[in-house]
Design a protein around this ligand. Structure first.
Ligand code: IVH
Length: 682
């Protein structure tokens, strides 16, 4: 009998060691390089095999086994850790001038010390400034023995049990590892992981985090590491503390060495550059990339690359003179939520908009931010009077991220959705299962009228230049323009009397209006703002019906016979023209002498025009792209799904559900040679 507590057999030890190494490799591939090398099921199988061995032979279990990343017994409190080498902070810069001054200071000092020649540019290592938490990892003889937060820089908290659950952090370094190595870096959370975590938190009715940084901090400060183990934390190394070996001569060289030891280093985003212009160039490039990065950064960090030069430069107070954080405008800020207004869109969609105490965020002063819809307000538990986090990333509209619960005043008020439109008083409807509430007032509603007009004169519709949102609002407010037709009665004299209007701009606008009297039929249809009718559908409808009267007369059945028009679109069009008011607007436009121009029908290239094809399976000689190309250039259409309107399904080998569907609908099925015959005949 085998004694499970005795020395396990050689082959078991060897297998366990191989499994540990293999699983850690997959952890690296997945968590550091974002390039999984095996599927989840295979990964789980490896982990289960190792667990089984460890259970059967407890002597196989090592403290650095990947099975130990699930968390340990909860702590009563974190113990204090004194950092062997203090964890410093960085001097900040916001303006280009500060960066130029930094580079000049560095260069002057280094020239004076004889480290570089006058006019020789300084070489810098440039990195992202990740918006997470600084952490120090201590490895002894290659084993992770301790992890501590920064704390006040001298003393931090021991979060070893939590850090061990982060799969991108190696529990053991690759050899040859130094006797002592303290690695410093940032613990953070990716956006996608953060969103998923919040969805899960909401499902379990637990705390919603306002941003990834907050979620990372909360997760790292868990006394129960089993909870941390379920949080998708990541880590990138950017520095070091105590090290027993001698280090490479440059910062960049040290990072390369850390990467070789198996530590995650964000090398793809790093650069070494020369002089101040190199720094500013890096700042600009990263700024452009910022919104596409999978995590939050709040700036970039410049570090003099040569370690000898770093020593010459030394430190001031608690920051190195050789490094600088160049910050981006903050994308998030806190401010007071003064109230919630309701905005009514073109189709009646009602958007709650936060009225905010002015706050500088993302480089501009923000006073309004979207709250998306009523469900979002409830989900985030945002109340009027709350201090809220506002986010403005890149060019996207500012949004309220969530309330700062710790700052909630006693008078904070829960938002009550109204049942009548705040603009026209019509009933508000919110269909079951939809998030968006809508005003049912249609063009009776002033807000919808304004938005419809703004849509109608837009570049993709009637394209009336100079007729801006503000002017449209004034025209509607003064009841001068009640519908699109009224626009065509405007005169230079009256327009010139409007706010910020001169005779010249009034003349230009009237000229632009005149030029829109003979719009292409598709633009005219699009301008009407029928729900679900975008530019492409408008153009299909224009070609199919040839006139606005034809479209207005069309039955649902006829509408459905237009390619790409399905039941939702057909019903929406029918509903639109069944409203007397909408018919009146069209009639008034035609009375005003507006003449929509029929589109030139596409040249009849072949007998394939009007026929829709669906391609499925592998064709013997053509790729599907080639077949599609041939069909299109012969005037036919290619669609991705089979319906009654499909003329032919071209099926190759291994054709799947599309073939079955074609057969069940009685659609003709041909093969590649059948298609070629059609093309030949065509
Ligand atoms: S170096 C002596 N590099 O920024 C230098 N810090 O404002 C110490 N941070 O506490 C830090 N990315 O949490 C450095 N690439 C980077 C960084 C970085 C983010 C954070 C870190 C630090 C804070 C200083």
């Amino acid at each position: 009998m085998l004694d499970p507590h005795g020395t396990p057999p050689e082959d078991v030890l060897a297998r366990a060691s191989n499994l540990r190494a293999e699983i850690e490799q997959h952890n690296q591939a997945y968590y550091v390089h974002d390039q999984p090398t095996i599927g989840d099921a295979q990964y789980d199988a490896l982990l289960r095999e190792l667990q089984a061995l460890e259970q059967r032979f407890p002597a196989v279990l090592t403290s650095d086994s990947p099975t130990q990343r699930v968390g340990a017994a909860p702590l009563a409190a974190f113990s204090a850790v004194t950092h062997a080498v203090a964890m410093l902070s960085l001097a900040n810069a916001f303006e280009e001038e500060e960066v130029l001054a930094f580079d000049k200071r560095v260069a002057d000092t280094l020239v004076q010390a004889g480290v570089i020649k006058p006019s020789e540019p300084v070489t810098y290592a440039c990195e992202l400034k990740l918006d997470g938490l600084a952490i120090s990892l201590r490895y002894e003889a290659g084993h992770l023995v301790q992890a501590a937060t920064r704390g006040d820089g001298q003393t931090g908290e021991d979060v070893t049990a939590n850090i061990r659950t982060i799969r991108s952090i190696p529990l053991r370094l690759n050899s040859p590892a130094p006797a002592v190595l303290e690695v410093r870096g940032e613990v953070f959370m990716n956006h996608a992981d953060f969103e998923r975590l919040n969805v899960m938190q909401a499902q379990r009715q637990e705390k919603i985090f306002v941003n990834p940084r907050n979620a990372a901090a909360g997760s790292l400060r868990q006394l129960d590491s089993k909870i941390t183990a379920q949080r998708p934390l990541r880590f990138f190394a950017y520095g070091w503390g105590e090290v027993s070996d001698s280090l490479p001569a440059t910062h960049d060289g040290v990072l390369q060495w850390l990467a070789k030891l198996g530590l995650p280093v964000n090398r793809e985003q790093h650069a070494t550059v020369s002089g101040a212009l190199g720094l500013l160039d890096y700042y600009r490039t990263v700024g452009e990339r910022r919104s596409g990065l999978p995590y939050d950064i709040d700036g970039v960090v410049y570090k003099v690359n040569s370690r000898q030069a770093q020593r010459v430069l030394g430190f001031v107070a608690r920051a190195p003179r050789f490094a600088l954080a160049h910050k981006f405008p903050a994308q998030e800020a806190m401010t007071e939520l003064l109230g919630i207004d309701l905005q009514v869109g073109r189709t009646g969609a009602i958007t709650p908009v936060a009225r905010l105490a002015p706050v500088f965020v993302g480089g501009v002063t923000v006073t309004n931010a979207t709250l998306h819809n009523e469900d979002e307000i409830t989900r985030k538990d945002v109340r009027i009077g709350d201090t809220v986090v506002v986010r403005r990333a890149g060019d996207v509209i500012p949004e309220v991220v969530g309330p700062v619960l710790s700052a909630r005043p006693a008078h904070a008020q829960v938002f009550q959705m109204v049942s009548a439109c705040p603009v026209c008083g019509s009933t508000i409807e919110k269909p079951e299962g939809e998030a968006v509430a809508r005003c049912t007032g249609g063009l009776f509603c002033g807000a919808q009228r304004k938005q419809s007009l703004i849509h109608a004169v837009g570049r993709k519709a009637l394209d009336i230049e100079g007729l801006g949102d503000k002017l449209v609002e004034q025209l509607v407010d003064r009841a001068r323009v009640k519908s699109l037709a009224d626009l065509f009665t405007l005169t230079v004299t009256e327009l010139a009397a409007y706010d910020r209007m001169g005779v010249k701009s009034a003349q230009n606008i009237v000229q632009a209006i005149e030029a829109a009297r003979q719009p292409a039929l598709d633009r005219f249809i699009f301008a009407l703002g029928i729900r679900h009718v975008g530019q492409a559908t408008a153009s299909d409808l224009a070609r199919h019906f040839g006139s606005i009267e034809g479209l207005m007369r069309a039955s649902e059945e006829e509408l459905l016979s237009v390619a790409d028009v399905g039941p939702v679109v057909a019903q929406s069009i029918e509903h639109f023209f069944s409203e007397p008011h909408n018919r009146e607007v069209v009639a008034a436009l035609l009375d005003q002498g507006i003449e929509p121009q029929p589109l030139a029908t596409r040249p009849q290239q072949s007998g394939l025009s009007g026929l829709t094809f669906v391609l499925t399976g592998t064709l013997p000689t053509w790729t599907r792209e080639q077949a599609a190309e041939a069909i299109l250039s012969a005037g036919g259409k290619v669609s991705g799904s089979v319906s009654k309107k499909t003329a032919y399904v071209v099926a190759g080998e291994d054709a799947g559900s599309k073939l079955t569907k074609a057969q069940s609908l009685g659609v003709s099925v041909i093969d590649e040679s059948g298609l070629k015959a059609l093309l030949g005949d065509a």
